[in-house]
Write a protein that binds this ligand. Structure first.
Ligand SMILES: [Zn+2]
Length: 480
């Protein structure tokens, strides 16, 4: 039978997207897979041999947690198993009709007005609707542009970022001249150019447990365009607590996921993934890369679902997870169930208020002062590394990024990619002072922890990675 391997795990499965195995139950098939590719084991199973909670296994289109025999369910040769890890994105929601359409609006929306599923009544619903987009980045760009064009009356956008050159290959709401501007201001200009009738409400802030419910209360639908796990769980929980649908999408390299969560009858994100993966295991788009069109595709799927929810038309992606693989150009769909034991939307929820999501996702708390030590690893600031190198200190700079990243930018470190470290650790001197770096500090922290566990005495992590080096020490080092 076939097992579909998701992009983040293909590195541990001989770079294959599909692996053929034999076995007569799900458990046997997975055993055959991990015997063939032993490195996959730690990603799929905990040390106690249980399937990890941030990895779901589907037999054909059904989550095995909902099969009577679960992992012992029988399989046939023609069946397929899919490994679906969490990846670093109803009913009519707008009731109050707005005032009648102006003659200008009649002309603008005429191709909507002649669709029986929209018509003037639907267009008025769109005009009355209030949609909040969390993030004005890759997903937020097509999402807000198409919602504005479609005539959604009020668009809220939460974002605190500034446009960077590396955003432009996918965040098409921003132009070359916008580099350095606040994304909110740049997005506002583009949206006004598309449709001046839309009211744009800007929230120049990081969405947090302190402000989320206050911001959400004035909106009918939330579209999650975030790129990190703490905010994704925050958006989900705030939607469940506020009773607002959460139109979700997420993207990674060439693949995306989309669904509609937190409707009254349907599941929420926590029904799918009760817990986040440990930090660093799933790379972000900044680390793993992303095909520029991918957020365009997924953001437009989100926009479609938002509009369907507002109109009360069609079949929303409630209880379904859409998987998009752009390399194969294949769309697949998996069933999602509302989990009665879900901590957020189950019958006895334990999430009754918003929590500390950084802590929940295993990240150090955000503070004004950079942490001096994380998990026992001293964090070295780029300026300190520069000072020590200039002073001629005998430091060994270890670069744990991939060779293609090394080719883009480097600071004279010795290249040894994180995944090769366990096999090549003997090449390093355990008594030497070693400063480990990667792009942003996440992978290097894992490498530093690995080295410390293996008896290395003087290990530092370069805080913020080569990106921080470029910002604080040497701007001639390209940021990517
Ligand atoms: Zn739930």
């Amino acid at each position: 039978m076939q097992i579909h391997i998701p992009t983040p795990l293909r590195a541990y499965a001989g770079k294959q997207s599909v692996v053929q195995v034999s076995g007569s139950t799900v458990a046997q098939a997975l055993k055959a897979l991990t015997e063939q590719y032993p490195e996959l084991r730690q990603h799929l199973y905990s040390d106690q041999g249980k399937l990890r909670s941030f990895v779901n296994i589907y037999l054909n289109d059904e989550d095995i947690r909902y099969l009577d025999q679960k992992e012992n369910a029988p399989v046939k040769d023609s069946d397929s198993l899919s490994i679906i890890p969490s990846i670093a994105g109803g009913s009519p929601v707008a009731e109050a009709p707005a005032a009648a359409l102006t003659p200008e609006e009649m002309g603008r929306y005429s191709r909507h007005l002649i669709l029986p599923e929209v018509g003037e009544a639907g267009q008025l619903k769109l005009k009355a609707a209030r949609v909040l987009c969390v993030g004005a980045g890759g997903l937020g760009a097509p999402l807000t542009m198409y919602l504005a064009a479609a005539g959604v009356g009020t668009l809220g956008i939460v974002d605190f970022d500034v446009v960077e050159a590396s955003n432009l290959h996918r965040q098409v709401i921003h132009g070359t001249m916008d580099v350095g501007r606040a994304k909110l201001d740049s997005a506002e200009d583009s949206l006004r150019a598309i449709n001046p009738n839309v009211k744009i409400v800007k929230f120049p802030t990081r969405l947090s447990s302190e402000n989320a419910l206050e911001i959400f209360k004035d909106f009918d639908v939330v579209a999650d365009g975030t790129d990190n796990f703490p905010t994704r769980y925050l958006v989900n929980d705030a939607c469940v607590l506020s009773g607002i649908p959460n139109v979700y999408a997420s993207i990674f390299r060439f693949e995306g996921q989309a669904s509609v969560f937190a409707t009254e009858a349907g599941p929420c994100y926590r029904c799918l993934y009760p817990e986040p993966p440990p930090p660093g295991l799933v790379p972000s788009c900044a680390e793993g890369g992303v095909l520029g069109i991918l957020p365009g595709l997924l953001g437009m799927i989100q926009a479609t679902e938002v509009i369907k929810l507002i109109l009360g038309q069609g079949e929303p992606l409630v209880g379904r997870l859409l998987l998009v693989d752009t390399l194969a150009m294949r769309f697949r769909e998996l069933k999602l169930r509302k989990n009665p034991d879900c901590p957020a939307c189950g019958t006895h929820p334990t999430v009754t208020k918003l929590i500390d999501y950084d802590q929940f996702c295993g990240l150090p708390p955000k503070s004004a002062e950079p942490a001096a030590v994380v998990n026992g690893i001293p964090q070295m600031q780029p300026t300190e590394l520069k000072r020590r190198l200039d002073a001629g200190d005998n430091l060994y700079v270890l670069d744990v990024r991939e060779p293609y990243e090394f080719a883009i930018a480097q600071i004279g470190g010795h290249l040894l990619p994180l995944n090769d470290l366990p096999q090549r650790v003997k090449e390093l001197d355990p008594n030497r002072e070693i400063v480990v770096h990667c792009k942003a500090g996440g992978r290097s922290q894992r490498a530093a922890e690995f080295l410390a566990q293996n008896g290395f005495k003087h290990i530092y992590n370069l805080a913020g990675g080569i990106t921080a080096w470029s910002e604080k020490v040497d701007p001639s080092v390209p940021k990517y």
